[in-house]
Design a binder for this molecule. Structure first.
Ligand SMILES: Nc1ncnc2c1ncn2[C@@H]1O[C@H](COP(=O)(O)OP(=O)(O)O)[C@@H](O)[C@H]1O
Ligand SMILES: CCCC(=O)OP(=O)(O)O
Length: 360
């Protein structure tokens, strides 16, 4: 089976081609804040990102022949995890999605490219709206505003399974499954999500997109609600501009004008005190979220797993470990397994080993 996996993130477009479980191509195309600022809305990046995928295939001599195309995404209604075939209801909900994020493009690009080929099917797997919250975690102080989650479901699960597989490989007589573990998993990407996983379910995890949790390279995280309301009525910003102050032009992008962590660390080394304070504040907020997840798990934690692009950074990881290592052993999985997870999920579905769910 030949599978094309497409993962549009807030700061990158990642693609991979798999022949069954063998990767034939893996590409990570990074996008600067300036490059994406030309597009008023994320949905306007559709042609740009689709063409990047087609060009990457051409440049690497990969023929446009696939059994399935799978995209990460999108921000649908809350649904159980798993593999879903793209259908009209999904495309309609994505096209009219209330929330904007690059992962919405994954579903749209997969669908459009699959339609160019006879017998090629389009899928998504474990989108960011996978919802397994404990009921107690949904309640906020306002009945008007129950909590929802938007998070790196695909990668957090993939990393959890990888950790369990590593434990099993180390002690084959004592096989361990993700479903046996209590884990805190922190994805450090353009957005940052911190999940409390209890026996294979993310019972609590922040909404990494819409103003909840730690701030991140391009998200505001939790904001002071009163000040936000005052800003809404200040006539200083239009609604779409204010939304960008929560997701897009927020976090490190708003404070420092870049989401590029290596560049920020370089300027800290060159003596930029503002950059140092802001990056350290982001690390501090992530550590506090990990502490909150520890409480959700009653302090019974097998491991803390740190993943995402920023987990490549020794600067960030060493400072995070300093604050959270007292809770549980910390393991680092730099980058993500999202492309492989997309391909493996779809392969399982095409082989009849995993159910293909229908989005309604
Ligand atoms: N080698 C690296 N060292 C430190 N930070 C990195 C490295 N590579 C990527 N990053 C940072 O990781 C973030 C993007 O993470 P990623 O998981 O790719 O996110 P997304 O899917 O949101 O685009 C960016 O802020 C980027 O600067
Ligand atoms: C879909 C929400 C998860 C998220 O924030 O993803 P990115 O880090 O890729 O922006």
């Amino acid at each position: 089976m030949r599978i094309l996996a497409i993962n549009p993130g807030s700061t990158s477009t990642k693609i991979a081609v798999y022949e069954d479980t063998t990767p034939l191509l893996v590409r990570n195309i990074r996008h600067s804040v300036g490059e994406l600022s030309h597009f008023p809305r994320v949905i306007d990046q559709f042609e740009f990102r689709k063409n990047l995928v087609i060009e990457a295939l051409k440049e690497n001599g990969i023929p446009f022949e696939f059994d399935a195309i799978v995209g990460r995404g999108g921000l649908l209604k809350p649904i159980p995890g798993g593999v879903y075939e793209v259908n009209d209801a999904m495309l309609d909900d994505i096209t009219h999605a209330m929330r904007s994020h690059a992962c919405n493009l994954g579903c749209l690009i997969a669908s459009e490219l699959a339609a160019l080929l006879p017998d090629c099917r389009a899928f998504i797997a474990d989108p960011g709206v996978v919802d397994e919250l404990d009921e107690i975690a949904r309640i906020t102080g306002s009945p008007l505003m129950p909590r929802i989650t938007i998070w790196h479901a695909l990668n957090q699960r993939a990393i959890a399974r990888r950790y369990a597989a590593e434990l099993t490989a180390a002690s084959p007589d004592h096989p361990v499954r993700y479903e046996d573990l209590n884990l805190i998993i922190c994805h450090l990407g353009g957005g940052i999500s911190v999940g409390a996983h209890h026996n294979g379910r993310a019972i609590d995890v922040n909404n990494a997109l819409d103003g909840e949790g730690p701030f991140s390279p391009e998200r505001a995280g939790t904001l002071p609600a009163g000040q936000l309301i005052d800003l809404c009525y200040s006539h200083r910003f239009r609604k779409d501009e204010l939304k960008k102050r929560i997701s897009g032009h927020a976090g490190l992008a708003a404070h420092l004008g870049t989401t590029d962590i290596p560049a920020i660390i370089k300027s800290i080394e060159d003596g930029d005190e503002k950059a140092e304070l802001v990056l350290n504040a982001m690390i501090y907020q992530v550590a506090k979220s990990i502490g909150a997840a520890a409480v959700a798990l009653f302090g019974k934690i097998d491991a803390i797993l740190l993943t995402g692009g920023i987990a490549h950074s020794e600067y960030v990881i060493s400072r995070l470990k300093e604050r959270v290592s007292f809770l549980a052993p910390v393991y680092v999985y730099p980058g993500e397994d999202e492309l492989e997870a997309l391909a493996v999920n779809v392969l399982g579905a095409l082989r009849g080993e995993l159910p293909i769910q229908v989005y309604k």
